[in-house]
Design a protein around this ligand. Structure first.
Ligand code: ATP
Length: 443
C-alpha cells in the first residue's frame, strides 16, 4: 500500500473523511467529513479567521450567498471563460482534462493547439484508444431556481467564493468605514464541474475556500502581493507543516485564469510530486471594472489625501480548506516503531487530549477519571474518553488520530491527585498534578 492508500483507509476507519453516499455506491468526487475531520476543519477555520480577520483592523469579514444573481457570473467572466480543455476517449467515452493527460499539453492551451499536439505525437487515451477533438468545458455548476416549474430560471452555484466579496465591496467599505487599502475575507463553499477529480479529496466538485481580497491602489500592488505571499506561507508553517516541503511556483501566462495578471501557487511536495494548495493572485481592476460595467455602478475611488482617482485593484489570497487538510494529513502521517502516528500540530489535532481510567471496572477510578475529563472539557478543550482494551492499545489508537497527550488515572491518583501524561511524539511519560493539567494540555 502506498501512503495515499494508507491515509485514505485511515481517514475512513477513524472518521476523518468518508466517501459520500457510500450506501448508494458512492458519488464521484464528493466526500463527507466525519467526526474527527470536522474537528480539524473547524479548528482551521477558527485559526484562519483569527489570523486574517480578527487580528487585522484593515480586514472585515463576509458570508455571501452561494447562489447569486446570474449576472454576477457573466460580469466575472466565468460564463464565458471559466473553462478547461477536454478530450474524450472515442471508445470508452471517458473524459480527460487535456493538460492532465500528457506533459506536452499545458494548462491554458486552446483546443486547436491541443489537437495539434495530439496529432503530432500520436497520443492515445490511457486505455489506448483514439481521442476526440478537444473542446472547452465550462466549469460552472448550473442550477434551476424558482418555485413554479415553468418559471424556474438558470443560476449558478458560485465557482469561487470571492464574487460576493466583489459585488458587496462598497457595502462593506461604507458600513465598516474602511479606506483603501483594506481587505474583505470569507470562508465558504465553492463548486466546479471538474473534469478530472481526485486523488482522494484533493480535487472535488464541491469544496471550501478561505479567501482574503485586498482592495488597493494600483501603485501598491507589488507590496500587497509580496505581503500576502509572505504572511500566508508563515501561517501554513505555524500549523506545523514542514517548510522544506513548501515552495512558491509562478504560473505560466497560459496557465493563469482570465482575471489574473500574476499568479503564484504555494505547492506542497507529496510523495507523488509538487501540487498546488493555495494561490496568491494579482487580479488588477478586472473584477470591479467588470461589475461596474455590468451593473452600471461607478466604483471609482478617490484617495482623500492625494485626490487620485482609480478603480480599486485586488491582491488575492485563496486557500482551499479541505485541500489544506489533505496537506496536513500527508505532512503528519508517520510510521515508526510499529505504530502509526499523525504528528499533527496540537493546534490542529482533532482532540487536545484523551483521558483513560486505568481499568474500567473500578468505580472510584472511573469516577475520578470522569471528573478529570469533565474539568478539561469545561476549560474549552476537546477531550476523548477511552476505557476499552489495555493502555497500550489505547495509546496506539490515539497516536493514529494525532492526540497529543494521553492522561491515565490510576490508583496513585486516588491518593495524591497526580496522573500519568504520555506524550504522543516522544512517548515519554511523566507524573503531573491534576491542577496543572489544563495548562499543560493547552501548550
Ligand atoms: P487547480 O489548478 O488545482 O484546479 P486552481 O488554480 O483552479 O486549482 P484557484 O482557482 O486558484 O485554484 O483556487 C484557489 C484554491 O482553491 C486552490 O489552491 C485550492 O486549494 C482550492 N481549490 C480549487 N479548486 C479545487 C477543487 N476542485 N477541489 C478542492 N480544492 C480546490
Amino acid at each position: 500500500m502506498d501512503t495515499l492508500q494508507k491515509i485514505t483507509a485511515l481517514c475512513k476507519r477513524r472518521g476523518f473523511v468518508f466517501p459520500s453516499s457510500e450506501i448508494y455506491g458512492g458519488w464521484e468526487a464528493a466526500y463527507d467529513f466525519g467526526s474527527l475531520g470536522v474537528e480539524v476543519l473547524n479548528k482551521l477555520r477558527r485559526l484562519w479567521w483569527s489570523e486574517f480577520v480578527r487580528k487585522r483592523s484593515d480586514v472585515a469579514g463576509l458570508d455571501g450567498a452561494i447562489i447569486s444573481h446570474p449576472r454576477v457570473w457573466e460580469a466575472s467572466g466565468h460564463t464565458e471563460l471559466f473553462a478547461d480543455v477536454m478530450v474524450e476517449d472515442t471508445v470508452t467515452n471517458r473524459r480527460y482534462r487535456a493538460d492532465h493527460l500528457i506533459d506536452l499539453i499545458e494548462d491554458g492551451m486552446k483546443p486547436e493547439e491541443v489537437d495539434e499536439v495530439i496529432k503530432k505525437n500520436n497520443i492515445k487515451s490511457p486505455d489506448g484508444y483514439p481521442l476526440s477533438k478537444a473542446r472547452y468545458f465550462n466549469q460552472l455548476v448550473e442550477v434551476q431556481v424558482g418555485t413554479l416549474e415553468d418559471s424556474k430560471s438558470k443560476a449558478y452555484l458560485r465557482g469561487e467564493t470571492c464574487q460576493p466579496i466583489f459585488y458587496n465591496y462598497a457595502l462593506v467599505k461604507d458600513s465598516m468605514r474602511m479606506k483603501i487599502p483594506f481587505g474583505i475575507a470569507q470562508i465558504g463553499k465553492a463548486f466546479r464541474n471538474e473534469i478530472k477529480v481526485g486523488p482522494f479529496f484533493f480535487r472535488t466538485r464541491e469544496f471550501e475556500q478561505m479567501e482574503l481580497e485586498m482592495f488597493i491602489s494600483p501603485k501598491d500592488s507589488q507590496k500587497y502581493f509580496d505581503e500576502l505571499k509572505s504572511i500566508s506561507k508563515l501561517w501554513v508553517e505555524s500549523l506545523g507543516v514542514n517548510p522544506e516541503k513548501l515552495r512558491f511556483r509562478e504560473q505560466s501566462p497560459k496557465e493563469k485564469a482570465h482575471y489574473n495578471k500574476i499568479a503564484h501557487d504555494l505547492e506542497y511536495e507529496f510523495p507523488y510530486g509538487w501540487k498546488e494548495f493555495q494561490g496568491i493572485h494579482y487580479r488588477t481592476d478586472w473584477d470591479l471594472k467588470r461589475h461596474g460595467e455590468y451593473s452600471n455602478t461607478d466604483f471609482t475611488y478617490t484617495d482623500e489625501e492625494t485626490g487620485e482617482k482609480f478603480i480599486p485593484h485586488i491582491a488575492e489570497y485563496s486557500i482551499g480548506l479541505s485541500r489544506l487538510l489533505y496537506v496536513l494529513l500527508f505532512d503528519a502521517y508517520t510510521e515508526e516503531e510499529g505504530r502509526v502516528v499523525l504528528k499533527l500540530d496540537p493546534k490542529v489535532a482533532p482532540y487536545d487530549a484523551a483521558v483513560f481510567p486505568l481499568v474500567k471496572n473500578k468505580e472510584d477510578l472511573v469516577v475520578k477519571a470522569r471528573d478529570v475529563y469533565q474539568n478539561l472539557i469545561n476549560t474549552g478543550l476537546n477531550v476523548a474518553w477511552d476505557d476499552r482494551g489495555n493502555i497500550g492499545k489505547r495509546y496506539y489508537s490515539q497516536d493514529e488520530i494525532g492526540t497529543p497527550k494521553c492522561i491515565t488515572i490510576d490508583y496513585d491518583t486516588l491518593k495524591d491527585d497526580t496522573v500519568t501524561v504520555r506524550d504522543r511524539d516522544t512517548m515519554k511519560q511523566e507524573r503531573v498534578k491534576i491542577s496543572d493539567l489544563s495548562r499543560m494540555v493547552k501548550l
